[in-house]
Design a protein. Structure first.
Length: 196
């Protein structure tokens, strides 16, 4: 459909994640993290970020890996859409035909071509999280911190709360919590059904 619109309107089709400009734009967030931590004389031991098409993670990973080369940069994705985990294991981009998860912001079919070499170089490993654990993280963030996060935004915290990421090394743990775009009724159902 977008191709048809581009042709009829003489527009330019841009990927929301597989584009050097998108990667650079997301890198600004990583640079802000670096600047703030350095201002306080701190370092990073683990940097945890959701990954789907890879634009958000690629931009952040470039900034974090450059400033804190000792940091473990870790990707997190839904168990039903774990193309990046599979890609890292196989050493090539793997495509999932029907990714499924409540994390609708993380349902790309594969990691973007521009993002893949960056992620291969900068990301140490990736983990996958089932949806029920993401719901628990949403509930915890809301209950303990008053933070309303959509599933795609809470998934990095889910990986931490469930021990999927080893917290070792010297430095801070940085987790990207990105997005609160979730239907109110659905959000309430998820946090009610998965409260500890």
């Amino acid at each position: 459909m977008t191709r048809e619109i581009v042709e009829s309107e003489q527009g330019v089709q841009a990927s929301p994640y597989d584009d050097p400009h998108v990667i650079a734009g997301n890198g600004v967030g990583g640079l802000e993290i670096v600047e703030e931590l350095r201002r306080h004389g701190r370092t990073v031991a683990q940097f945890i970020c959701p990954v789907s098409g890879g634009g958000l993670m690629a931009g952040h990973a470039l900034a974090i890996a450059d400033a804190f080369p000792q940091a473990d940069v870790v990707g997190v994705e839904p168990a039903g859409a774990d193309d990046f985990c599979q890609s890292l294991r196989s050493g090539r981009r793997v495509q999932i035909e029907h990714p499924q998860s409540i994390c609708d912001g993380l349902l790309s079919y594969d990691v973007g071509e521009h993002n893949w070499p960056i992620l291969q170089r900068c990301v140490r490993y990736a983990v996958s999280v089932p949806d029920d654990e993401t719901c628990l993280a949403m509930s915890w963030l809301y209950r303990e911190h008053g933070l309303r996060a959509e599933p795609s935004g809470a998934i990095a915290v889910a990986a931490l709360l469930t021990g999927k990421i080893a917290l070792d090394g010297d430095g801070d743990v940085v987790a990207v919590i990105s997005g609160r775009n979730v239907d109110e009724i659905q959000f309430r159902n998820w946090i009610r059904n998965y409260s500890p």
